[in-house]
Design a protein. Structure first.
Length: 116
């Protein structure tokens, strides 16, 4: 997993194939994650069923999906416990996992840094 700064990280939504780049982050509580849409077709950022509540869900802001040039931001809850993991997917180009593992297609993970 890519180590993110405690304040902000960026994920690009790319094509050929459609991907979240990078697809995995290990971050601290309070980190703002921004997904930047770079393709010509709509995409979403949706927490998989079974993941902890309060995860990313772009549908509230972009019900038809993000379009090229859009950006969706989500803040890791300040009270997120170390080791908490959110699995997410694009509802158009990914298939959700079971909340304990990645789905298939356009998917990603966000994990809160474990305590040292």
């Amino acid at each position: 997993m890519v180590e993110g700064s405690p304040s902000a990280v960026a994920v690009n939504i790319t094509e050929n194939p459609y991907l979240f780049k990078p697809a995995a982050w290990t971050v601290e509580p309070g980190t703002v994650i921004t997904w930047n849409h770079l393709t010509d077709v709509p995409h979403t950022v949706i927490s998989d069923p079974g993941t902890p509540p309060g995860g990313p869900n772009s549908d509230g802001q972009f019900p038809e999906g993000l379009k090229k040039g859009d950006a969706y931001s989500w803040t890791v809850p300040d009270d997120a416990k170390p080791g908490t993991t959110w699995f997410y997917h694009c509802r158009f180009h990914g298939k959700p996992g079971d909340g304990k593992s990645l789905g298939t297609g356009m998917v990603g993970t966000i994990q809160v840094k474990p305590m040292k």
